[in-house]
Design a protein around this ligand. Structure first.
Ligand SMILES: Nc1ncnc2c1ncn2[C@@H]1O[C@H](COP(=O)(O)OP(=O)(O)OP(=O)(O)O)[C@@H](O)[C@H]1O
Ligand SMILES: [Mg+2]
Length: 447
């Protein structure tokens, strides 16, 4: 059930109840009912609890509930199934590849899952994220990953060895590092009162492999699970000798006993190529982890909780539906839109949502000006059509007529737009959709 933070007991219809406020799944203020008798009036009780909590919880403005970057804790909406599944994979050492478009919550999911594992307190884990954007060559990739390994090694050493006895820590720590990072020349020192580990001073593929293997040995020795999250992994595929880098990483992935690798990237098509092309070293070496958009019902619970905190009432159902419709549940845009709405003194109505969306669109049009102007005229026509609902059987006579394009032009525009992650295909309904809802609105407005 998590750690109980506060408890309230009271009587209702001659039954006594205890309500406990916990940090279950890291979402504060989820309430558990411990009833001495069966409770038929759960809904009634739930409303009472929410009223009590809305009075006793901290003011909403002190916490960023709608961040534009990664999110964890109270601002994180649901994804309980994904968190449980990813948490399990991490613990059993199954390497994962998280597949989703830009700004859909990959980093947030990983970091929230790591927080969950820490809170469960049944597995000792150390975690580091490496961001490969702006990598220029192999040495640069090696340097970034090795720097994360150094941090992981430092965390394990300081938590295992007695840090009060500095002399012992340095001598014993150096001994251990030399024994696990065998092909390297690791060093341990104190810099600005902080312990620093440096496993390598040259950065190339050999040192990278040796450092990854050393990390695994150290984690194994200390009975830790080391989690290395390599974000924007598709950047490796853009380097000259990418096959060599991917081969080295594959070897370390295969041999790892106590390290779990999580790979993610925001360029979906390139990531997919790196993981599913039979000629690429990492083919079939990771568990695909598809991350779909958060369900409307989960957003409803989440946003209602935040509305209650802010205005002491549920979100108007028409306003909620409009948020879901305009943003298409794209998490970045849900947050951007709600951020505007939650500045209001009163709870928004549907028309307030539409007005705030206009403002979001203006900003998005400015931010994405380059992306929009780089589309070819045919790609624009196809995007406009899809945004307006011409989104299935794309080469049928009807669509050809409506778009006023030859079938071959439609096909190549769709191929290009899919490759550049601008449109996606919903396999269940066999319909195309514009990935970025702001682009979809701009396309409709300009058609
Ligand atoms: N579970 C969630 N609950 C609420 N908001 C979320 C959730 N997941 C993601 N978001 C929001 O979505 C946006 C993108 O999140 P995040 O940075 O985790 O995505 P990403 O896929 O890693 O992005 P990028 O492709 O840029 O690396 C942020 O605004 C974040 O706050
Ligand atoms: Mg990310």
């Amino acid at each position: 059930m998590g750690i109980v933070k506060e408890a309230i007991s009271f009587e209702l219809e001659n039954n006594s109840f205890i309500l406990a406020k916990t940090h279950f799944f890291q979402t504060p203020y989820i309430v558990h009912f411990v009833s001495e008798v069966a409770c038929r009036k759960l809904r009634q009780l739930y409303l009472i609890v929410r009223m009590i909590l809305s009075i006793t919880t901290e003011p909403i403005m002190n916490i960023d509930y709608f961040p534009k970057t990664k999110v964890t804790g109270a601002a994180f909406c649901n994804r309980t199934n994904e968190r449980a599944k990813l948490g399990k994979y991490i613990k059993i050492g199954r390497h994962c590849w998280i597949q989703e478009y830009r700004r859909h919550g990959k980093t947030s999911l990983v970091e929230q899952t790591i927080d969950d594992i820490h809170a469960e307190n049944d597995t000792k884990i150390v975690y580091q994220r490496v961001h490969l954007r702006f990598t220029s060559d192999i040495d640069n990739v090696a340097k970034k990953i090795i720097s994360a390994i150094d941090n992981l090694a430092r965390t394990m050493l300081t938590s295992k060895l007695d840090s009060k006895d500095l002399h012992h820590l340095l001598s014993r720590g150096s001994e251990i590092l030399s024994s696990v990072f065998q092909k390297l020349t690791p060093s341990l020192r104190v810099e600005n009162t902080k312990l620093q580990v440096s496993t390598a001073n040259t950065y190339d593929l050999d040192t990278l492999e040796a450092a990854l293997k050393g990390l695994d040995k150290l984690a194994n020795k200390f009975e830790f699970r080391a989690v290395l999250f390599i974000d924007e992994f598709q950047e490796i595929g853009k380097l000259k000798n990418f096959m060599q880098v991917e081969s080295s990483i594959r070897e370390c992935l295969e041999d790892a006993k106590s390290t779990t690798f999580i790979l993610a990237g925001s360029e979906r098509a390139l990531m997919s190529q790196a993981m599913t092309d039979q000629k690429r070293p990492l083919f079939n070496h990771t568990q695909t982890f598809e991350l779909s958009r958060i369900k409307a019902e989960h957003y409803q619970t989440h946003l209602n909780e935040l509305a209650l905190k802010q205005w002491n009432e549920d979100l108007n159902s028409k306003a909620f539906e409009r948020i879901m419709f305009l943003t298409q549940r794209h998490p970045y845009y849900v947050n951007s839109l709600c951020d505007e709405l939650w500045f209001r003194d009163t709870a928004p109505r549907a028309e307030d949502v539409s007005n705030a969306w206009e403002y979001i669109i203006q900003i998005a049009a400015r931010e994405n000006a380059h992306e929009i102007t780089s589309l070819t005229p045919n790609e624009r026509k196809v995007i406009m059509g899809i945004a307006k609902g011409i989104n299935t059987r794309m080469r049928s006579a009807d669509v050809v007529k409506k778009l006023n394009l030859a079938p071959s032009s439609i096909r190549s525009a769709i191929e290009q737009l899919t490759k550049s992650d601008r449109i996606g295909l919903d396999i269940k309904t066999n319909t195309y959709y514009v990935v970025d809802p702001a682009l979809a609105t701009i396309a409709i407005q300009e058609s």
